[in-house]
Design a protein around this ligand. Structure first.
Ligand code: UDP
Ligand code: MG
Length: 313
């Protein structure tokens, strides 16, 4: 039977939470009284996550499992789920129950009222470190100041979208995928649904600082080349300052007999400008690396096993 809802759940080393997620998601989806499918994307977990889900697949015809060949990342996992999803509405939700599945019926109601995207907006975050909370807050505001389109703040991947939105996003073939940005970019009628993001049910975050930094860079570079323009602005400001400084020195040389200060200022200036030049070079490298990825045109992920599709495919 063709599902009305496809629930996409990326999982990476989630053996502690997966049984509970499955239970709560199933209860909620059953209560909605329409056909659904639960698509778990196992992003190269090294624990028992895949085995546990494989058991669900055997006992429940609504469950599917895609096994990646290795860890490709959160965004590639969601991408795969969106491509395999067959439902009229596609729901993206994390496995760790930070986004409570119990709000899904309300989100579905908004969809039935005619909204194409219902995105979860975090009213409050519970049980996360102050650092994570503030870095996230700053992150969303910073990104928004950098990109030309209006990206919703305090919004993660938790959302429900219509089939046509899912297809539109699937058609964007870029490799470094900042999915919440892509969903905004395609447009359509979007609405926020406010909820409280609670603590992880169990386990630890799979987003260490290193991954968060790459993620931030992906978000900015995918939607804006403003950082590159920084080079022009900084270059202009520095040249202007140097010019004024030269005028001052000249004036001192002609009209006063103060000796010009020693090498410290020279060294300071040189290292300052060198630092900036290097920073800009690095920035260009970030863009160049991403262009390189696009040109190579490798797949975003590789699936080596698909379970739970016996009847439909
Ligand atoms: N995840 C994934 N691949 C990764 C990292 C995370 O599929 O490389 C999944 C993870 O299992 C979870 C979701 O993405 O379902 C969000 O990760 P997490 O909860 O660790 O991130 P946080 O909520 O701390 O930002
Ligand atoms: Mg989480």
């Amino acid at each position: 039977m063709k599902p009305v809802y496809s629930v996409v759940v990326p999982v990476y080393n989630e053996e502690e939470v997966i049984a509970e997620s499955y239970k709560r998601l199933t209860t909620v989806m059953e209560s909605m009284k329409e056909p659904y499918e639960l698509i778990f994307i196992n992003d190269g977990s090294r624990d028992r996550t895949a085995q546990i889900i494989a058991e669900f697949v055997q006992n429940d015809s609504s469950v599917r499992l895609l096994n990646f060949t290795r860890n490709f990342g959160h965004m590639p996992a969601i991408t795969a789920g969106m491509e395999y999803a067959k439902g009229d509405a596609v729901i993206i939700i994390d496995a760790d129950l930070q986004d409570p599945p119990e709000v899904l019926p309300n989100m579905a109601k908004l969809w039935k009222e005619g909204y194409d995207v219902v995105y979860g907006k975090r009213k409050e975050r519970q049980g996360e470190s102050l650092f994570k909370e503030w870095s996230a807050k700053l992150f969303y505001r910073f990104i928004n100041s950098m990109v030309p389109i209006d990206l919703p703040v305090d919004t993660g991947e938790f959302r429900l979208m219509d089939r046509k939105v899912c297809d539109a996003v699937n058609n964007l073939r870029e490799k470094h995928r900042y999915i919440r940005g892509l969903v905004s970019w395609v447009g359509f009628k979007q609405v926020a649904y406010e909820y409280v993001r609670v603590e992880r049910f169990a386990g630890v975050t799979k987003y260490p600082l290193r991954k968060m930094m790459t993620f931030a860079m992906d978000a900015i570079t995918a939607f804006s080349y403003k950082p590159l323009k920084l080079a022009t602005t900084l270059g202009f400001i520095i040249s202007l300052c140097s010019f004024i400084y030269m005028v001052v020195i000249l004036w001192q040389w002609i009209f006063t007999d103060t000796t010009i200060a020693g090498w410290a200022s020279t060294v300071g200036l040189i290292s300052f400008t060198q630092g900036i030049v290097l920073m800009i070079l690095g920035l260009m490298g970030e863009y160049m690396g991403r262009i390189f990825e696009e040109v190579k045109n490798r797949p975003i992920y590789i699936v080596h096993e698909v379970l739970g599709y016996d009847e439909t495919v």
